[in-house]
Design a protein around this ligand. Structure first.
Ligand code: NAD
Length: 415
């Protein structure tokens, strides 16, 4: 690791074994999960269990142009399910949600089916939450507006991811953004927004372009790492998190290299993404997602690119800050465990194992060709503005409170 700490202090103690601290935890509702190749073919049947009139929310292009769309509509017709269709072009804004809700509020929708990447699933989640409520989503967004308590009811939601991914099929929040200088990227969050059913069919990843595989895969990996070292980490999510990290380790680069063709890699990444969503909903995230909020609001940067480009630098900064100021912080051992899982090696000292983690993440950032932030217009003069808006909900569960200068240094490293 380049310059581990400014004082050069390192930890030579041995790497600990399994981490099993029984801190209190609470687990929000999970969806019924249908996982596996071919699961998509059960979408109509599962939809029918909630009623006869569905609102389908998809992205604007790739899914509606695919053969699966025609197959789904055929199955709907066979099961006597009528449907309305909303398309979401790009990452969803509050305006898109309010418009869709207005248009369909009186249509007696029994169930919302969101099929797509995080954008379509989040839009579906927010629309399902508001169809029966009669208020703007701005009333409920965190950190902007009046932040009124959400009381529901939410229309049942079926979430079908086509990227791996965001894990939105298992989370209780929908991320909405307004782009521009006065923009924001914030969550509408409530346990009642969790999907009733998540249909995770790895075959749906086969059409993902390489850049989407890289960005979304790094988003899932970042979510797995940040949830594992979060101040809310707990034994329940640890068990899932390790299995998710193993799946991402074995799937991500292979899925990228095969451009979506490797079926085993598809399964691993679909699983890694699902677990990243389950875990983040319970433990929260960290500094990468803290910075992703203003970066995604002020610049047209895909969410996964932000995560992928920042995760190595942010991990190193967290580790260095803890070695420097909080050498007893439990997240140091947690990062060590992540490193051993990802590198499939045991190390003699904490020092070595932490170096290895940063090196691995840097290698993946390079191999997966994650672009730098300046490509999307970030300039040195805007750094303070980004730092100022980075202390939202994700930053609050980062394992150590970073200084403004530390956050800035992460951004500078990936300009
Ligand atoms: P996305 O949904 O914006 O999709 C990216 C692109 O990939 C789009 O052009 C889409 O059409 C295309 N695409 C999707 N699936 C495809 C497929 N199978 N084949 C071909 N093309 C396909 O990207 P995303 O990264 O999945 O989602 C990003 C959004 O999710 C952001 O708004 C982010 O903030 C949000 N997010 C939400 C959560 C949550 O818990 N709710 C977690 C992480 C991220």
């Amino acid at each position: 690791m380049d310059g581990a700490t400014s004082s050069g202090r390192r930890l030579q103690r041995p790497v600990p074994g399994l981490i099993t601290q029984f801190h209190p935890f609470s687990i929000a509702r999970l969806p019924r999960i249908e996982f596996g190749s071919g699961a998509f073919s059960r979408t109509a049947e599962l939809t029918r269990r909630f009623g006869k009139h569905a609102l389908i929310v998809t992205g604007a292009r790739s899914f509606p142009a695919s053969e699966r769309w025609a197959q789904l509509l055929q199955q709907f017709s066979t099961l006597d399910i009528s449907y309305d269709h909303v398309t979401i072009d790009g990452e969803p804004s509050p305006e898109m949600i309010d418009d869709a809700v207005k248009e369909h509020a009186s249509a007696n929708i029994d169930v919302v089916v969101g099929i797509g990447g995080g954008s379509a699933m989040d839009a579906a989640k927010a629309i399902a939450g508001l169809l029966g409520v009669g208020q703007s989503v701005m009333d409920f967004l965190e950190g902007v507006g009046p932040e009124l308590p959400y009381k529901g009811p939410a229309v049942p939601l079926i979430a079908v991811p086509t990227t791996a991914g965001t894990g939105s099929e298992a989370t209780k929040n929908a991320v909405l953004s307004k782009q521009g200088e006065d923009g924001f990227k914030k969550s509408f969050r409530d346990d009642r927004l969790v999907a009733e059913v998540a249909i995770v069919d790895p075959d749906l990843l086969s059409s993902c372009p390489r850049d989407v595989i890289a960005a979304n895969g790094m988003d899932a990996l970042t979510q797995l790492i940040e949830s594992y070292v979060s101040i809310k980490a707990n034994v329940f999510n640890d068990a899932l998190g390790i299995s998710g990290l193993r799946a991402a380790r074995d799937g991500l680069v292979r899925l990228y290299q095969s451009a979506g063709a490797d079926t085993d890699a598809r399964e691993r990444m679909a699983y890694a993404s699902l677990i990243s969503g389950i875990n983040l909903a319970q433990t929260g995230l960290g500094s990468v997602h803290g910075m992703a909020s203003p970066l995604g609001a002020f610049y047209p940067i895909p969410h996964g690119v932000v995560c992928g480009t920042l995760v190595a630098a942010a991990t190193r900064t967290n580790i260095n800050a803890m070695l420097e100021r909080e050498p007893e912080n439990a997240a140091i051992d947690r990062y060590a465990r992540v490193s051993e899982v990802l590198s499939q090696r045991r190390f003699k000292s904490i020092d070595e194992v932490l170096d290895k983690l940063v090196e691995l993440l840097q290698q993946w950032t390079y191999d997966l060709k994650l672009e730098r932030l300046s490509t999307y217009g970030l300039t040195p003069s805007a750094l303070d503005h980004v730092v100022e808006h980075s202390r939202g909900s994700s930053m609050k569960t980062n394992p150590i409170v970073l200084t403004d200068e530390e956050i800035k240094s992460i951004l500078i490293e990936r300009m």
